[in-house]
Design a binder for this molecule. Sequence first.
Ligand SMILES: NC(=O)c1ccc[n+]([C@@H]2O[C@H](COP(=O)([O-])OP(=O)(O)OC[C@H]3O[C@@H](n4cnc5c(N)ncnc54)[C@H](OP(=O)(O)O)[C@@H]3O)[C@@H](O)[C@H]2O)c1
Length: 230
Amino acid sequence: MPVYCITGTNRGLGLKFAPQLAQSSDNTIIATTRSLDSDLTELKTCDTGNVASIHSFVKEVAQLLGGSRKIDVLLNSAGVNLGSSQSSLTLGPDELHKQMDINVIGPAKVVELLLDAGLLSSDVRILNMSSGLGSMQRSSEIKPRKCAGYSISKAGLNMLTVHQSEDLKPHLPGAVVIAMDPGWVKTSMGGDGAVLEPHESIGGMLRVLHGLRSEDSGLYYQYNGDRIPW
Ligand SMILES: NC(=O)c1ccc[n+]([C@@H]2O[C@H](COP(=O)([O-])OP(=O)(O)OC[C@H]3O[C@@H](n4cnc5c(N)ncnc54)[C@H](OP(=O)(O)O)[C@@H]3O)[C@@H](O)[C@H]2O)c1
């Protein structure tokens, strides 16, 4: 009876994970959004750009799971791409700070606070939703370069993944943390020109997740299971 926790399920990839996971009645899904402005009262609030909101979310999860169950799979999907026309020569500090808050500090604090509350299972799988634009090698090959601030924040998320994979070991020896590029997917962020339907990307990511072994912790994958160069 695995417990899945997903951030950023208001729309986009986060939202599309739920139906595929719900196909198995064994799965418990804790779906979270930045705020509760819909009729979906089963959702939990977790603004991953706000540490106080993550604290209250963790308290809610503790009540929900009641001490006997823990999170088996954490999907850190919430993310933003702000000021996408900015280059490294025109970076807006506000946009960069916000992307670091949501894309890097958010997944760091979600993991830290769930761990502190004893809510992660001993062999938890953690997927940090990165991007091909977080790859130094891939970004260096794109001309003209694009989305400088977003790319910098996803490279930061990749480095967070490397650190989390080692730092979790003394606490949860079986934990596996990976950075994942979902591919270029038709969502509001990916746009209509994207090449993948959400279900294709999500199906691939779930296959990768379910096939992970302990030695895969700290690695960087694409939705189809290929490794990505850092
Ligand atoms: N689509 C692609 O081609 C693509 C490619 C590479 C990587 N990614 C990554 O995949 C992830 C999902 O992207 P997407 O395509 O689904 O983007 P999207 O359609 O723009 O959806 C983003 C989701 O993240 C949520 N979110 C943003 N800030 C949040 C916050 N502070 N707290 C909680 N939720 C927040 C949004 O909620 P609101 O509705 O409240 O804003 C929304 O549900 C992101 O991390 C993105 O960087 C996507």
